[in-house]
Structures are given as structure tokens and as C-alpha cells.
Design a protein around this ligand. Structure first.
Ligand code: NDP
Length: 497
């Protein structure tokens, strides 16, 4: 529980405290060790190597997970290739049935998935329970509906699958990113080899069990666990027809270089430094909620996080006062507690990155503020932090921090807001807060960002395409547009293979 240091917050901080409301940890069964999921079964890795996955909130050892090497990648790709023919031969309606079945199983086992995600990732159970798992199920439901309607997706007559997709996902939304990748690939008739992030493999491995439970034909989904080398081996494999990557811009660029000229299709969903623009006519209390949701949701481990607040100068002090008051009420602590707002940072490495970048904020002259809160002794934790008086060119205004850190800049005119918002190598998302519909349209038209939210932030829906411009990547996930990344038009089937 946080206690506030400001006079305003003292007035509204309740004198009572929340009783602990922990979710039952026993809902999730964690095996001592996990193999690789290849060809519909769990198998030992070729070199008999493994790595540990831990709970970032306590540093407790959760399980040993198989480490896949290049030979294991080869086995997984071979299994996916073998399964591809049969999977493509199924009618769209038959494929759709499997996706519906998976979606329903995700719903049935939602509490188990939520507890496991929270343990392995460190995010609050409120978020895994209310956002990650339901949205993952929604992606399977949505794409199940597309499986027999691909002819009507506006992507040409009789669109064909690409073949085998190699998919690499990060640690911030482990199951949800898996769903964003696997659901459209399968709906379009592809088979997949997916590598989850090294620090969060457990829900992907539980998903493998769901594939078995759904009687998904062996080899349609293969899950190989490991670190960056495993991902690199997957990208380098010449049996892959498509690579879909979500992660850092640095690794995304390396993958793009590696695949240039190979004919392997590629979609990249990379970093961001989104501007969240608050005009002086905005409903300020709602905007403050949106700012909090924009940057402190999931500890700020969100590629589309509203990490740069652009606030009109005339309302700057009011917005910052209200924001500090609101931050003082956030509860940081045990991620399994249903009252927790801010969970643990996913890894020691990420905590180190956040700490280093925020230290540069102070040394570059910005003013730093955090609510006074007690951090747990064990695990990886970072106080929600606001920087004001931030220079446009400073590192905290330009680089993705990927943590609960907000950089506040000001503007005087709408043109200045646009110039500052677009002054970034990224182009993933943005937010606009104003009372006027015309101003929303005027602003959204001028923002170079793949997703623009108005008077809200961080809303995700499978029907809506998501993706970026510039160094935030290319290709879209979700919606009709997302199908295009897994289908070949008739005339490029030869090229794609
Ligand atoms: P990475 O880009 O390194 O990791 C993303 C995924 O790619 C993981 O599965 C990772 O494996 C894998 N990977 C790593 N190296 C390679 C490679 N050479 N070839 C193929 N796959 C690879 O991100 P990090 O986890 O290291 O995070 C670093 C920074 O990236 C963060 O601070 C944040 O700024 C940004 N980031 C952005 C995300 C986004 O959604 N935009 C998501 C995650 C991070 P492994 O986990 O085993 O290393």
C-alpha cells in the first residue's frame, strides 16, 4: 500500500487499508520440468539442456524448461511442414471448429491461465484475469469465424496459406501475443513453430496442453522454448515461409537484415514511444485515468504505452497535481492480490534497463517524482515515476523505457503538439484527449501512428488491426488486415514458398 507525500493526496488518501485478497495460487499446477512441444507431444530437447523460469515478484524458482537448439528447431519445423498438407486440406469450416474449441478451452481454463501468467510474468492478477486471458480467447473466437470466409476478406479470390510460420513473441503479454500470432496463422491454413520469451514460457506450454485437449492434429502448433539463440535459429531455418516477430526494434532490424532477399515473408511489431496528447478542453479527470492506464498498466511493459505525455501548457499544473494524487492511491505489491494495481518488473535485466534510463533522466535535468511506497524485499520492483520539465531531445523522451515511467512535455498550440508527437523514430500508437470531435479528427489525421485512441487508451479488440509505422515495424495483427500477413495472393504463392 502506498502512502502519499503530497499535501493534496493526504486529504484524499483513505485512512483504511484494503484487506489482502489473494487469488488461489493452487489453481495453476506447475510441473517441475517441461519439454518441447513438437509434433503434438512433449519431447526432450536434443542436447538435454534446460533453463529456469522464476516468479519475478519473489524470485522463486517455478520450473525447469527445455532449451531448444538448432536441431530441435529443425525437428519442430519438420513437424510443422509434415502437418501443413493435412491442415491445408481441411475445409475452412473444419479448421474453424478447432479454433472455436481452443477458444472455449481458454475460457474454461481462464483462472488457471491467469494465475500462471501472473506468477511467471509478475503482472497483477486483475490484468491477466480481466485483459490478457479473455482477449486471448477473443482472438481465437474471432479468427475461428474467419476460417471459412477467407474468400470474402477482400484479399483476392481463393487466397492460399503461406505454409509454415516461425513466430517469436516477447514477455510482456505472453499468452495474448501467442494468440495474436497463432490464431490468424491457423485460421488461414498455416502451421506454426512458436518461441515464447525466455522469462515467460509457462502459459505457452499450458497452451500446448490445450492443443492436445482440443485434439488439434499433431504438428499444427509446435512450441519451442529457449533464449535469443533459439529465436535466431528459427529465423535462420530455410524451411520457414513466414516470420512474425514482436519485440525490440534492435532485434527486429537484425531479423529484417537476415531475411532480406530470401523471399521469406516478414511482419514486425516493434517498440514505441507513444504521445498521449491532452488539450486544455479535455475532461481532465478522465484524461488522468487514461494517462494512468496508458503508462502504468502492465508496469508500462507495453509497446503502445502512452509513455510521452504532451499536455497543453495552460492545464499542465492541474493535470500533474491530479496525476500525483491519483498515483498515490495505486497499490503496488503481490501480483496475485486482486487489489494490486502495479506488479513486479518482469526480470532483473529489465529492471536494470529501466533504472539506467531513468537515471539519465535525472542527470539530463528533468524533475523526477514518485509516490512514497514501500517496495517488497524480494523480487524486481520499480516505483511508478513521473518526469516533468523533460527536454525534447533527452533519452527519456526519445527511447523506449518499457517500464512505469512517464515523461511529461508541454505544448502551446495544436500544431506544436503534432510536431512534438511525430518527432520520434517510432509510430505505433497515440492518444488524444479533447472535448471536440473535430479536434480529434484533425489531430488523428496528422499523427503518424498505427493506432490512435481518442478519450481512451490501451483498448484492444481482435477486430481492430494493430501495428506500426517507421521503427515500430510493419504489417498488422488483428482484424481483416491481419489475415493478409498469413495469406498469399494467387500470384505470389510461388514467391512466398
Ligand atoms: P527482445 O527483442 O530481445 O525479445 C523478444 C523476443 O525475441 C524474445 O522471445 C527473445 O528471446 C527473442 N530474441 C532475442 N534475440 C533474438 C534474435 N537474435 N533472433 C530472434 N529472436 C530473438 O526483447 P527483450 O526481451 O530483450 O527486451 C528488450 C527491450 O525491447 C525492452 O526493454 C523493450 O524496450 C523492448 N521490447 C519491446 C516489446 C514490444 O512489444 N514492442 C516487447 C519486448 C521488449 P528471449 O526472451 O529468450 O531473449
Amino acid at each position: 500500500m502506498m502512502t502519499d507525500t503530497t499535501a493534496v493526496a493526504d486529504l484524499i488518501t483513505p485512512s483504511w487499508d484494503y484487506a489482502p485478497a489473494p487469488e488461489a495460487r493452487g489453481l495453476a499446477t506447475i510441473q517441475a520440468s517441461y519439454g518441447l512441444f513438437i509434433g503434438g507431444e512433449f519431447v526432450d530437447p536434443h542436447a538435454d539442456t534446460s533453463f529456469a523460469t522464476i516468479a519475478p515478484s519473489t524470485e522463486e524458482h517455478l520450473a525447469e524448461v527445455a532449451l531448444a537448439d538448432a536441431d530441435d528447431v529443425d525437428r519442430a519445423v519438420a513437424a510443422a511442414r509434415k502437418a501443413a498438407k493435412g491442415w491445408q486440406k481441411l475445409s475452412g469450416a473444419e479448421r474453424g471448429k478447432y479454433l472455436f474449441r481452443i477458444a472455449r478451452l481458454l475460457q474454461e481454463r481462464a483462472r488457471e491461465f491467469a494465475v500462471l501468467e501472473t506468477l511467471d510474468n509478475g503482472k497483477p492478477i486483475r490484468e491477466s484475469r480481466d485483459v490478457d486471458i479473455p482477449t486471448a480467447a477473443a482472438h481465437f473466437f474471432y479468427h475461428a469465424g474467419w476460417a471459412d470466409k477467407l474468400d470474402h476478406a477482400g484479399l483476392g479470390p481463393n487466397p492460399q496459406p503461406l505454409g509454415v510460420a516461425g513466430q517469436i513473441i516477447p514477455w510482456n503479454f505472453p499468452l495474448l501475443m501467442l494468440a495474436w500470432k497463432i490464431a490468424p496463422a491457423l485460421a488461414c491454413g498455416n502451421t506454426v513453430v512458436l518461441k515464447p520469451a525466455e522469462t515467460t514460457p509457462l502459459t505457452a506450454l499450458l497452451f500446448a496442453q490445450v492443443c492436445q485437449q482440443a485434439d488439434l492434429p499433431p504438428g499444427v502448433v509446435n512450441i519451442i522454448t529457449g533464449a535469443g539463440d533459439t529465436g535466431a535459429a528459427l529465423v535462420a531455418h530455410d524451411g520457414i515461409d513466414k516470420v512474425a516477430f514482436t519485440g525490440s526494434t534492435g532485434v527486429g532490424k537484425a531479423i529484417q537484415r537476415q531475411l532480406a532477399g530470401t523471399g521469406t515473408r516478414l511482419t514486425l511489431e516493434l517498440g514505441g514511444k507513444a504521445a498521449n496528447i491532452v488539450y486544455d478542453d479535455a475532461p481532465i479527470d478522465q484524461a488522468v485515468e487514461g494517462i494512468v492506464d496508458g503508462i502504468f498498466f502492465n508496469q508500462g511493459h507495453v509497446c503502445c504505452a502512452g509513455s510521452r505525455l504532451l499536455v497543453q501548457e495552460s492545464v499542465h499544473d492541474l493535470v500533474i497535481d491530479k496525476l500525483k494524487t491519483r498515483l498515490a492511491t495505486l497499490r503496488l505489491g503481490d501480483p496475485l492480490d486482486k487489489n494490486t494495481d502495479i506488479g513486479a518488473i518482469n526480470s532483473a535485466e529489465q529492471l536494470e534497463r529501466i533504472t539506467t534510463l531513468t537515471d539519465t533522466g535525472t542527470s539530463e535535468g528533468a524533475e523526477r517524482w514518485s509516490p512514497d511506497c514501500v517496495l517488497p524485499d524480494q523480487g524486481f520492483w520499480f516505483r511508478p515515476t513521473i518526469f516533468t520539465n523533460v527536454a525534447q531531445a533527452s533519452r527519456i523522451a526519445t527511447e523506449e523505457i518499457f517500464g512505469p515511467v512517464l515523461s511529461v512535455l508541454t505544448f502551446r498550440t495544436p500544431d506544436e503538439a503534432i510536431a512534438k508527437a511525430n518527432n520520434t523514430p517510432y509510430g505505433l500508437s497515440a492518444g488524444i484527449w479533447t472535448d471536440k470531435g473535430s479536434r480529434i479528427l484533425w489531430t488523428a489525421d496528422r499523427l503518424k501512428a498505427g493506432v490512435v485512441w481518442a478519450n481512451t487508451f490501451n483498448r484492444f479488440d481482435p477486430t481492430s488491426p494493430f501495428g506500426g509505422y517507421k521503427e515500430s515495424g510493419f504489417g498488422r495483427e488483428g482484424g481483416r488486415h491481419g489475415l493478409a500477413g498469413y495469406l498469399a495472393a494467387n500470384d505470389d504463392i510461388e514467391v512466398a514458398r
